[in-house]
Structure formats: C-alpha cells, structure tokens
Design a protein around this ligand. Structure first.
Ligand code: CMC
Length: 431
C-alpha cells in the first residue's frame, strides 16, 4: 500500500483533521484513520466492515463490480483452467507460480505429511456417530496443537512453515475421517502415490473390502472445487483467523476458529443449506412460492446460494463451476435428477426476476458446488468440510502474511456503547 499525496479532510467541531489516503494496487482508495482517535477523540462506526479495510494484503484481490477474483494477480478462471490445487497453494503461500523443481519439492513435502498421528483416531471415536463432520473438524483441528507441539511457536519461521504444510496435507485426511466416522465405516489411510484430489476421493469412498479406482474426470472436478475455494481475501472466516492469530494464538487453534466461522449458513454453510433448500422446494411447481418468500421482507427465508457481499455482477467462481457441473452431471448421467432440475429452473427464474436483478443477487459458488458434490455422492453434511479443507491454504497464507508483518497489533475493535449510563449499585432488597 502506497501513501498517496492526497488527503481527505474531516471537519469536526470546527477543527480540521487531515486523513491520509492510501493508494492500493487495485480497488478503491483507503482513508487512513489510525490516528483519528488519538487526535480527534472519535471512533468510526462500521458493523459488518462494509467500508473498512481491516489489514493490507498482497494475496488476493476481488473486484466485485467486474466479477473478478485474482490470486497474486492471476485470474481465477485461468488458474481453474490451467493450474491445479497444489500449484495454487504454492502461489498463495509463496507469492509466485512455482518452477518445476519447486512444485515437485512442495508436492513431496505435502504428500509426506498426509497421515495424522495414530492417537488422533481415538479422538474421533470420542464423538457421537451422528455428529456433524464440521463439529468433528473444528475439534480435531484445534486438537492438532496437542499433537504437534513442535510446530506451535509462531515466532519461529520454520515452525510456521511446518505447521502450514501439516495442515494443508492433513486436512483431507481429517475431513475424510470425519465422514467415515459418521457413516460407521473404517478409516481409509492416505495413499501417497495419488494426487491430492484423488487421494481425498479415495479416503472418502474406498472400503477395505474392495478395490477403488479414482475416476480422473471426478478427480479433476474435485481439484477444481478445491482450487476455486482456495482463498477469498478478508471474508468472515479469514478475518476470524487473523483476529484469533493477532493475540499470538497457535496456528492450529486459529485455523479451528476459521473452521467454526465458516460453518455458518451465511458463509461456507450455504452449500449445505442450498441443497437442503432445493430438497424442501422438491418440485419445480413450488419454485414461485419460494421466490415469493425470498422477496418477502417479513420472512427471514433467503434463497441460499444467491447473493454476495462483494460480487455485485457475477461470482467468477460460480461461472467456472457451472461449466464443471454440466460436465460432471453429463459424465455421471444424472442430468435428469429431479433435484438438479429444480436447481436449474430456480436459477433461471431468479435470474429473470426483477427483485434479484435490482439487488444484484446472482448464484454464488455455493449454488453450483453443492450440485456437483451431491452428484459425486457426497452427503450434504460434507459440503462445508470440503469448503474448509479447500480454504485452509487461504487461511494459512493470510495468517503467515500477518505474522510476518512487524507492524501487526492485536485486533481490538472499539464499540458504540448504547447501554446504561453509570449508576450506583442498589442493595437487593431495594430493587
Ligand atoms: N435471497 C433473498 N434476498 C437476499 C438474498 C438472498 N439470498 N441475499 C441478499 N438479499 C437481499 C437482502 O434481503 C437485502 O435486501 P434489502 O436491501 O431490501 O434489505 C439485500 O439483498 C442486500 O442483502 P444484505 O444481507 O445486506 O447483503 P450482505 O452483503 O450483508 O449479505 C450474503 C451477503 C451472502 C450473506 C447474502 O446475500 C445471503 O445471505 N445469501 C445467502 C447465503 C449464501 O448463499 N451465502 C454464501 C455466500 S458465497 C460463499 C461464502 O462466502 O462463503
């Protein structure tokens, strides 16, 4: 971020204050209000951070108006088309696309950390079988700090690196184990001769009694889902990771906090909520009823998988996934699945509806990812864990960037207090 020569002026009680303006590489200019409280004694008010940059970052850029998402400057559609998940992980973590030897070394390092400590299996067994896999993941990832003491010192760059690789490598194993546990099947160990996506599919769908061949078309679709979810700048879960980490908490605890935040239906939980909504709609003739509810101000119902805080034109990830959904559904021969028919018709009705057009509400990534994952055979409860495992690299990249910044301070928002003015304690018998 470069300080521009421009300043904004704030006039308050007859006194003028200069607010420096920061110029980003791309995106709107940013007013620097860091000294405002010290100089003018006022706070700013922005619940939901709709106008506030909480940090500076060099990792990801979104232009919501244009529907553009860049990782280290590279457009997401190019990465989804030509790259693959582990290469995108390298790009996010280290800033540039890897040379062949660098990629090979990175892939080896990730691959060599795919197994989890054997003792952690007992931790899984402590959960109820009907636990949501996100509940299990939140607990197990947090518990990694109890198993990997040698990578919790955030002041040691080597330990930070090891913790990063461990989490990227182990997250598919943990997500697959959470799934296997909830369906009562034995855990399937990772296979290091498989690529990242194929290994995950195998750990989810293989059983010891049979051979399991990973289908390359499904593996490519899986990898694309991972790639499209890898990072999304300062979204709610990433900001949670940054805030947790600003206190100096260990990386496993911070990523567990990110997983917990992602679970909500307004964020990563939307993919599960979207499929549940499609199921509730059931048949195309009920679509108008649900569209009516979504538009009704007195009804809390929202069309899940529609709308985005930043994208007000199109979600570029959704565009890629829509194509991928068609490929996968064709390949699996499930294009006539009634649920998917409802999804397609709902999309068409909403896109042609004035309410959604006026409010710039388009299908987001969660609308199509759920459809693909459903067709691949994942239960709805696994959609958000898959989002979490994909986003782990984004959380880690942002966490590493933050820790390496010497200017970082503990995140400590202020508030607009609207409670009682000071008053004296009254004895209980006088109340
Ligand atoms: N269905 C119906 N109306 C909606 C929807 C929707 N899905 N989304 C927003 N609106 C309306 C909302 O009622 C409001 O109307 P009004 O101006 O009359 O009060 C207007 O659009 C603006 O909505 P907002 O809640 O102020 O927008 P936001 O930026 O705070 O929320 C959102 C963004 C994603 C939380 C919201 O669009 C939503 O709840 N969508 C459904 C959940 C979903 O699909 N989430 C996944 C987001 S993408 C993946 C991720 O980030 O995890």
């Amino acid at each position: 971020m470069v300080k521009s020569s421009k300043t904004a002026k704030l006039l308050l009680d007859g006194k003028e204050y200069d607010l420096p303006i920061m110029s980003p590489t791309a995106g709107p200019e940013v007013l620097d209000i860091r000294k405002l409280y010290g100089e003018a004694g006022v706070f700013t008010y922005d619940p939901g951070f709709t106008s506030t940059a909480s940090c500076d970052s060099t990792i990801t850029f979104i232009d919501g108006g244009k529907g553009e998402l860049l990782h280290r400057g590279y457009p997401i559609d190019q990465l989804a088309e030509h790259s693959h998940y582990l290469e995108v992980c390298y790009l996010l973590l280290y800033g540039n696309l890897p040379k062949p030897a660098e990629l090979e070394d990175f892939e080896n390092r990730v691959t060599n950390h795919t197994m989890i400590h054997e003792q952690m299996g007992y931790l899984f067994r402590g959960f109820r079988r009907d636990a949501h896999p996100m509940a299990i993941m939140t607990g197990v990832v947090g518990a990694m700090s109890a198993f990997y003491h040698d990578s919790t010192d955030i002041n040691d760059p080597w330990q930070r690196e090891v913790a990063s690789i461990r989490m990227i490598a182990k997250m598919p194993t943990i997500a697959a184990m959470a799934y296997k546990y909830t369906i009562g099947q034995p855990f399937v160990y990772p296979r290091n001769d498989l690529d990242y996506a194929s290994n995950f599919l195998r750990m989810c769908f293989a059983v010891p009694a049979e051979n399991y061949e990973v289908n390359p078309i499904l593996s490519r679709a899986m990898d694309r889902i991972f790639t499209l979810h890898a990072d999304h700048e300062q979204n709610a879960s990433t900001s949670t990771v940054r805030l947790a980490s600003s206190s100096g908490a260990n990386p496993f605890a911070c990523i567990a906090a990110g997983i917990a935040c992602l679970w909500g239906p307004a964020h990563g939980g939307a993919n599960q909520a979207c499929l549940e909504m499609l199921r509730e709609i059931g048949t195309a003739d009920r679509i108008p009823e649900f569209i009516k509810r979504a538009k009704d101000k007195d009804d809390p119902f929202r069309l899940m998988g529609f709308g985005h805080r930043v994208y007000k034109n199109t979600d570029p990830r959704a565009k890629v996934l829509k194509r991928s959904a068609d490929e996968v559904l064709d390949f699996l021969g499930v294009n006539n699945n009634p649920l998917l028919q409802v999804a397609k018709q709902l999309e068409e009705v909403a896109l042609n509806d004035e309410y959604f057009a006026d409010k710039k509400l388009f299908p987001n990534v969660d609308f199509y990812s759920g459809i693909i994952l459903e067709a691949m055979g994942f239960p709805n409860s696994m959609f958000t864990p898959i989002f979490a495992l994909s986003r782990t690299v984004g959380w880690i990249s942002q966490w590493k960037e933050m820790i390496a910044d010497p200017q970082v301070k503990i995140g400590r928002p202020r508030q607009l207090y609207l409670g009682e003015a000071p008053r004296d304690y009254t004895d209980i018998e006088k109340r």
